[in-house]
Design a protein around this ligand. Sequence first.
Ligand code: CDP
Ligand code: MG
Length: 154
Amino acid sequence: MSERERTFVMIKPDAFARGLVGTVVSRLEDRGLNLVGMKVEILDEETAHEHYAEHEDKPFFDDLVDFITSGPVVPMVWEGEDATRQVRQMIGATDPLEADAGTIRGDYALDLGRNVVHAADHEDEGANEREIAIHFDEDELVSYEGHDETWLYE
Ligand code: CDP
Ligand code: MG
């Protein structure tokens, strides 16, 4: 049975600079997911390290931290049935060259290091709870029933 859940998504500095915030938000809204938290901020180095802790030992880590702290990002929390997997499918493969057309990365990105959007990984148990807690206090997230739920869910 499918689960209603919250998932962490973040618009990266490249997409912010390119004016793609509205586009990314629209895609997730249009799919039927509920936006329950959103802010604009510039990550400090400590937060960036925490956010990408799993990649600490990778050769691309320093560049990744430099990039993700280089300008405004838009951390968000979205809610819906199987939200984590739905969003991962919508953003597409990590490398835009591998991302299917129709996915966010497949439609708006060309380079692995400038791939527009981050989303918590459904294969990483606990990623949502961890990443939401890094970027949001619980009282910054809202709970509500969407007016269209009868038409989105059986
Ligand atoms: O973002 P996603 O979960 O799809 O991929 P990841 O494997 O968790 O990697 C995090 C981010 O590091 C990617 O989104 C890329 O921007 C970056 N990366 C990179 O610059 N070079 C790599 N070889 C792999 C990832
Ligand atoms: Mg990842």
